[in-house]
Design a protein around this ligand. Structure first.
Ligand SMILES: *Cc1c(COP(=O)(O)O)cnc(C)c1O
Length: 359
């Protein structure tokens, strides 16, 4: 068996230890004589699994007691609608910071249900930086302000949290959740599709402050009302059972290595290897201003499209796959989530050094 180094933005690598454990438990999980996939979601065996996933996630992320954890479906994209439908009933106004494609999509979807205001944007420089934002820029009676905490496509990340005062802050953390410590109490809602850094596609985790539940707009479909899922322990209907189980194993894996602080230190160390190389290379360069760089998604370019294409093809042949940048940016992007071993980044940099010398 040979495994590739997969630099995909998502779905992406999962820790080998997690995959091996899932393999071991595939036919008989916890002595139940069944695969998790075959269990009734109403069984006590499955209840124990979802409870453990939630408990471990709460522990590794240090989620305060006044926050609910929901396991939903529909991807982060469904949250673009759920957030305004559930939080925008008071004044039907919300602010958005436009820092890339996902933020733009959230803003557009918000505009279908309320008066959405783009308070700042970094579109002028292809989203290569985060615009400075603070509470003075907010619409006074907006119901919430939405930010994309880590911009997967452009490789920017809020390395310091903006000061939004008492505003309800909603953050899309799809591509950075579990990569670093976060003060959850600064947010009203944090949401994330699992397929970047938490598990397989199909589960979306929503962490929501309790007092924000229960005032959805009348038009809100039952399935898009946070209250529906909160009242039913994420079991109003059949939840994505297997995905939730894997999210639990991923959280246990983080816990076993020493927790999120250690995970973050590893991520800093890993990203530094790549950024240091980019900062010193004459051929490759990073596209993001240093202060807003992401630890998870690292876009870079050469000054020639042909060279980019040659690099991507040769890298693939060596087992470094999915290095092509997003279709809207071009160039390259290395997504180095939690599950990417340090060795994968070191070998990529060694290959880039060799490529630069040969070209
Ligand atoms: C991938 C991604 C999305 C979209 O996620 P889906 O689960 O495919 O809907 C939204 N926001 C961010 C930041 C992402 O990285």
């Amino acid at each position: 068996m040979s495994r590739v180094y997969n630099f995909s933005a998502g779905p992406s690598m999962l820790p080998v230890e997690v995959l091996e454990r899932a393999q071991k438990e595939m036919l008989d999980c916890n002595g139940s004589g069944q695969s998790v996939m075959e269990m009734s979601h109403r069984s006590k065996e499955y209840q124990a699994i979802i409870d453990k996933t939630e408990a471990t996630l709460r522990e590794v992320l240090n989620i305060p007691d006044n926050y609910k954890v929901l396991f939903l479906q529909g991807g982060a994209s469904t949250q673009f609608a759920m957030v305004p439908l559930n939080l925008g009933n008071k004044n039907k106004k919300a602010d958005y910071v436009i820092t890339g494609q996902w933020a733009k999509k959230a803003y557009a979807e918000g505009g279908r249900y309320l008066e959405a205001t783009a308070i700042a944007s970094s579109a002028d420089k292809t989203f290569s930086y985060l615009p400075k934002v603070d509470k003075s820029m907010l619409t006074p009676d907006a119901d919430f302000v939405h930010i994309c905490y880590n911009n997967t496509i452009y490789g920017t990340h809020y390395n310091t949290m903006p000061d939004f005062g008492d505003a309800v802050v909603v953050a899309d953390m799809s591509s950075c959740i579990l990569s670093e410590e976060v003060d959850i109490s600064k947010f009203g809602i944090i949401y994330a599709g699992a397929q970047k850094n938490m598990g397989p596609a199909g589960v979306t985790v929503v962490i929501i402050r309790e007092d924000l539940i229960g005032d959805a707009m009348d038009i809100t479909p039952t399935m898009l009302n946070y209250e529906t899922h909160s009242e039913n322990g994420s079991m109003f209907n059949t939840p994505p059972t297997y995905g939730i189980y894997i999210v639990g194993l991923v959280c246990e894996w983080i816990k076993e290595m020493g927790g999120i602080k250690i995970m973050h230190e590893k991520n800093v160390e890993k990203a530094k290897i790549l950024y240091d190389f980019l900062d010193n290379s004459k051929m490759f360069k990073g596209t993001v201003v240093p202060e807003d760089r992401s630890l998870m998604n690292v876009p870079f370019v050469t000054d020639s499209e042909d060279l980019n294409a040659k690099f991507i093809a040769e890298a693939k042949a060596k087992g470094f796959i999915n290095l092509k940048g997003h279709r809207s940016v071009g160039g390259m992007r290395a997504s180095i989530y939690n599950a990417m071993p340090k060795e994968g980044v070191e070998k990529l940099v060694a290959f880039m050094t060799e490529f630069e010398a040969n070209n």
